[in-house]
Structure formats: structure tokens, C-alpha cells
Ligand binder design. Structure first.
Ligand SMILES: [Zn+2]
Length: 325
């Protein structure tokens, strides 16, 4: 069989990156842009909800680490027994996580014989980690970062709600590529981006077939979810405007110095239909589409319907105040 035709690099990267978590700063406990199948960090308060992944599988691909607040741990008579009752053991699948300077100072004696954790899999190599930001107040202090701070080991794991198994990541990529091909101008745009007509046809047919065979291209479902419009073309789940495949490669197009008009092409980003929150796993087939970057920024925190209600209120308030536009 001939080698599969390659997608333009920017589009390929964009689809690949959907399997990675978002960025994290150095002062956060999370890893920066790694696979969604990495070790998950579960705050103790969410442990009951999140101890097994909400995707029907029985365990997280790379395990989990439960983060126990020092205020919880040090206020208990027998915290290790309580943890054991939940199936947790300090240094094996849970750690004390210091985020507050007061907690850190108070616990100094208790943790003097402990060591910071060093491994994301059991045994974790220690009992605690810390990420305390610098404090500029009168009694302030320098930032405190203990555990998982070296370049190769930065971050203890990923946000639990960003998790997806390797299989799920793969299914999502198959579905998202097929949706990209369902942009009305996909074929001509990808040709402009450097694929030959034959390569476009070959790759598109392969992508659509693969998605259909895997049950990932149920059009009616995708239309109900606002991922495709009624004509079956890819649209933005918030504004419902059809997407141009050029939006996948805006930087490339700009670099190639295309017409000024094309510079207004809106950048496309991954769009979650149900917003991410602890206790559900948002990265799954039939919950992801492509949408305008700007629309995504607006809808990300509250979800599509509450955002539409909010936009309606803004328009109504402006109209009733006499501002016409
Ligand atoms: Zn939009």
C-alpha cells in the first residue's frame, strides 16, 4: 500500500495537539502540554467522584496521585487510617500538597523527616510537594517550590478533567480530522497549503472512511451538537458560521503573504461542546468540534447555551438603552 498522504504541517500539528493538555506555568503543580493519558492529579475533595475515570474504563492509563490538603491531614487524629479507608496511602498514591504559606510554616516540624516526592508512579519517592507563590505582603517570603521542579520532571501530573485514555485520544483525532475535511473549502484550501489534488482526495477519503467505520461520523448527532450545520459542513458551535479550513493554518497563510482579505480569516481552535469540569471527562468523541478561537474564548468557561443567553442580554440591554447597531 502506498504511504498515506501527509496533511499540511500546521493542520497535522493542530490535530495532534488535541491529545495534549493545555499549558501550565512553573508555579503550578501541573505538567505543561503533555499527553492527556499522563498521571492525573485528583484533589482529595473530588476523590470519590474521580477515583476511576468517567469513561467506562476501570483505571487511569498512568495512574493517579491524590492531593491531600495539609489542613485536612494535620487536623486529624489518625489521617493515615482515614486515607487507608479510601484506598489511599501517603507516598504511594497520595501526597500532601502545600499551597498556603501558613500551612507550610505550621507543618515544618511534622514534615522534617519526610522527603519531597520525585516519581509520578508508585512509589512516589516522598510524601509531599509544594507550590507556594511569592508573597509581597509585610510578612511575605520567597516562592516555595518543592518536588517536580527540574526541566525533565516539571509538574506532578495533569488536571483530572483533561484526562483521556490513549484509545480515546486516537478516536478524537480521527473524528476531528474528518470534521476538518467537512469544511466546505477543505479540498481547495489544503491544495493551496501544498497538497496535490490526488493527495487531497486520497487523504480525505481515507479520513472519512476511517471515521465512518469507527462510528465517529454520525451526521445527525454531529448536527444536533452544532459541530456540523444542517448541510453537513463544519461550523462553529457558538456562532454557527461555517468554518474555513484556512483557519487551521492562518499563520502559514500570513507567512506566505496572501491577499490582505485573507488575513482576516479567523483562527480555529479545539472546541468543547460540554465545558470541562471536575467529575466529567470532556475530551471524548462527540464532545469536540472545531470553532473560532474568539468564540471559544467567550464560551469556554460557561458553555454554549449560557453564553448565548448572555449575548442576548447584552444585545437587548443595548437596544433598550437606545443604542442602535
Ligand atoms: Zn464562531
Amino acid at each position: 500500500m502506498a504511504k498515506e498522504a501527509k496533511l499540511p504541517q500546521l493542520i497535522d500539528r493542530k490535530i495532534y495537539k488535541t491529545g495534549q493538555t493545555r499549558g501550565a506555568d512553573d508555579d503550578e503543580i501541573y505538567q505543561n502540554r503533555v499527553s492527556r493519558s499522563s498521571t492525573v492529579l485528583i484533589p482529595l475533595a473530588h476523590f470519590q467522584n474521580c477515583q476511576v475515570p468517567a469513561d467506562g474504563t476501570s483505571e487511569y492509563s498512568s495512574g493517579f496521585i491524590t492531593l491531600v490538603p495539609p489542613s485536612w491531614y494535620f487536623s486529624r487524629k489518625n489521617p493515615n487510617e482515614e486515607l487507608k479507608g479510601m484506598g489511599l496511602s501517603l507516598g504511594s498514591n497520595c501526597l500532601i500538597f502545600f499551597e498556603d504559606r501558613n500551612d507550610w510554616v505550621m507543618a515544618e516540624k511534622q514534615i522534617s523527616k519526610w522527603t519531597p516526592a520525585t516519581s509520578r508512579t508508585s512509589p512516589l519517592g516522598g510524601q509531599y510537594i509544594a507550590r507556594i507563590s511569592a508573597n509581597t505582603a509585610i510578612n511575605g517570603g520567597d516562592k516555595i517550590q518543592v518536588g517536580f521542579t527540574t526541566t525533565s520532571k516539571k509538574g506532578a501530573g495533569i488536571r483530572v478533567y483533561e484526562y483521556a485514555s490513549t484509545d480515546t485520544i486516537k478516536s478524537c483525532r480521527i473524528q476531528l480530522e474528518a470534521i476538518m475535511w467537512l469544511c466546505r473549502d477543505a479540498a481547495e484550501t489544503l491544495e493551496e497549503m501544498g497538497m496535490t489534488r490526488n493527495e487531497v482526495k486520497e487523504r480525505r477519503d481515507l479520513s472519512i472512511d476511517k471515521a465512518e467505520e469507527s462510528g465517529l461520523l454520525k451526521k445527525n448527532e454531529l448536527i444536533t451538537l452544532r459541530i456540523l450545520n444542517k448541510e453537513g459542513f463544519a461550523c462553529c458551535p457558538l456562532c454557527l458560521d461555517e468554518l474555513s479550513a484556512a483557519g487551521f493554518g492562518t499563520r502559514l497563510i500570513q507567512a506566505a503573504g496572501r491577499e490582505v482579505a485573507d488575513l482576516t480569516v479567523t483562527e480555529i481552535s479545539l472546541f468543547h461542546i460540554d465545558e470541562l469540569r471536575v467529575g466529567t471527562l470532556g475530551h471524548r468523541p462527540y464532545n469536540l468540534g472545531w470553532g473560532h478561537h474568539h468564540c471559544n474564548v467567550v464560551a469556554k468557561d460557561s458553555g454554549i447555551m449560557p453564553t448565548l443567553t448572555w449575548l442576548q442580554e447584552i444585545v437587548d440591554r443595548n437596544r433598550s438603552a437606545g443604542y442602535n447597531f
